[in-house]
Design a protein around this ligand. Structure first.
Ligand SMILES: [Zn+2]
Length: 114
């Protein structure tokens, strides 16, 4: 019976830890741009209800598109093309994939449609 109690205790502890770090888990899953700062808030002030609720709201407030947009630019910078951007073949500046004209050098571009 003692072993079962121990297991239940461990399960309760695991659920409590998961609940405590729920804001951080959500932030990581949504690739939150401020996941590091949010982790600190969650860890240091999560034990105050206000800190935990604040971290939870913050984790849900982010716009993941901004992070993926930056990632998309980084990918285009590195490989020449990404989901949203590509490099202009004339001036090598990043332009939107659908662009018909480079906004940097005004050269005509073949619009990429996939
Ligand atoms: Zn250009």
């Amino acid at each position: 019976m003692g072993a079962v109690d121990g297991l239940i205790g461990l399960a309760v502890l695991a659920v409590a830890v998961a609940a405590y770090f729920l804001p951080l888990i959500i932030a990581v899953m949504r690739s939150h741009p401020n996941a590091g700062a949010l982790a600190a808030l969650n860890l240091l002030l999560g034990w105050t209800l206000l800190g935990w609720v604040g971290a939870l709201v913050w984790s849900l407030l982010s716009k993941p598109q901004r992070a993926t947009d930056a990632q998309s630019q980084a990918i285009a910078e590195k490989y020449g093309v990404s989901a949203k951007y590509r490099k202009c073949p004339e001036c090598a500046e990043l332009v939107l994939k659908e662009a018909k004209k480079c906004k940097h050098c005004q050269s005509e571009l073949e619009p990429v449609t996939e």
